[in-house]
Design a protein around this ligand. Structure first.
Ligand code: NAD
Ligand code: DAU
Length: 348
């Protein structure tokens, strides 16, 4: 029987991965390990927290002894590692936090897996969840493939690149079994409102300014979070040992076009006059080191493992807005307290 440690399971993507695995695999034990930082929220998992095959451990991945205990207590057979500091703007203010969690935290997990699984690495798998940002930035054309060289531009992406290299090195040096996924921008329910889409949904609800960085022409490739969780499920089970897979939505948007679409949908759903929310757009100082364009070539995971997105962007965005409008209490809870201080620091 598998006993899978999912790290960062109380966060945005992690909570969707935990839910998918708990529901789809009743014979697996799913152990959610999370420190519950500002980004972790057990409210995200209310609907599955009482399931028999689910357990939660509040542990910081910087605490190697606590990780050892969790591995022992739950006889962990596999890891799906999502815990991370994940926001680029925060990494510009506090790079060391990203070095600690994203690099040292990952190495702590790798060390424990190396130790506990050494009798036969072929029976175990460490799935490292990474990002397309490790590849740096693209110009107007081209795509990131699995062989694109790493060229990270932010402290966040540098720390994720560092963690990717350690995973690969543990595979090559010690024989640890691993797979890796490098995914594009996710959106969907439970996304913390420091990131573009949920921040702007929240601001539109409250008729606050929409701070578009630079000229708004930077481009991102957006994927619905549940499709990312499906891709992780596919690669975890069927991916080839020691390989990485790029995951993306085949869905590029310039920020300003996406923001205008969001404004239009929000006006419709909130019964506001067409064009009202667009008036909130304010161009602000650009993000330092702002990557120009991300675009993923997801043909490997599609051709070799049969994964493709199941939800169109229009459907996904509409469902996402509906979720935020139906969950104003969730939004209110996560935007009180420390969030206000972060907002002042970032946008003033
Ligand atoms: P998130 O910030 O919403 O969640 C991160 C989770 O990790 C939180 O629950 C937090 O409490 C936990 N965590 C943070 N530091 C920890 C520590 N030291 N010990 C234990 N737990 C800790 O992040 P997300 O957007 O869900 O991203 C999850 C993973 O997916 C990250 O590794 C990120 O790099 C990667 N990723 C994210 C995206 C995206 O668009 N959000 C895209 C590609 C890859
Ligand atoms: O590509 C995958 C990555 O996507 C993940 O690895 C990261 O964890 C995730 O945070 C995300 O990074 P981005 O920096 O692309 O996402 P963010 O939502 O912060 O920004 C999206 C775009 O919108 C980016 O070009 C910056 C811009 N932006 C963002 C914010 C928060 C604005 O113009 N204004 C804003 O206030």
């Amino acid at each position: 029987m598998k006993s899978i440690l999912i790290t960062g399971g109380a966060g945005f993507i992690g909570s969707h991965v935990v839910r998918l695995f708990v529901r789809k695999y009743p014979d697996y034990k799913i152990v959610n390990l999370d420190a519950l930082t500002y980004a972790g929220n057990l409210e995200n998992l209310k609907d599955i927290e009482k399931e028999k095959n689910y357990a939660f451990e509040r542990v910081n991945i910087l605490d190697a002894d606590a990780i050892k205990e969790v591995f022992k207590k739950h006889q962990i057979t596999d890891v799906i590692h999502l815990a991370a500091e994940s926001h680029v703007d925060r990494s510009i203010h506090s790079p060391l936090d990203f070095v600690y969690t994203n690099i040292i935290g990952t190495v702590n997990l790798l060390n424990q897996a190396k130790e506990d699984w050494k009798a036969d690495y072929s029976k175990h798998r460490f799935h490292h969840v990474s990002t397309d940002e490790v590849f740096g930035t693209l110009g107007e054309t081209g795509f990131f493939t699995e062989t694109t060289s790493y060229s990270p531009n932010s402290p966040y992406s540098a720390s994720k690149a560092g963690s990717d290299h350690f995973v690969r090195a543990y595979g090559e040096t010690y024989g640890l079994g691993y797979v890796m996924t490098n995914c594009s921008n996710n959106y969907g329910p439970n996304h913390f409102p420091e990131k573009l889409i949920p921040l702007f949904i929240n601001n539109i609800i409250h008729k606050k300014g929409l701070p578009v960085y630079g000229d708004g022409k930077n481009t991102r490739d957006w994927l619905y979070v549940i499709d990312h969780a499906r891709a992780i499920d596919t690669v975890f089970h069927d991916g080839k040992n020691h390989e990485s897979y790029n995951v993306g939505g085949f869905n590029e948007w310039k920020n300003i076009d996406l923001v205008k679409l969001l404004c239009k949908l929000m006006d419709e759903k909130l019964g506001r006059t067409t064009g009202e929310s667009e008036q909130l757009i304010t161009y602000v100082k650009d993000r330092p080191g702002h990557d120009w364009r991300y675009a993923i070539d997801a043909s490997k995971v599609n051709k070799e493992l049969g994964w493709s997105p199941s939800v169109t962007f229009e459907e996904g965005l509409s469902q996402t807005i509906d979720w935020y409008l139906a969950n104003t209490e969730w939004l209110q809870n996560v935007t009180s307290g420390a969030y206000q201080q972060y907002y002042e620091k970032q946008y003033n």
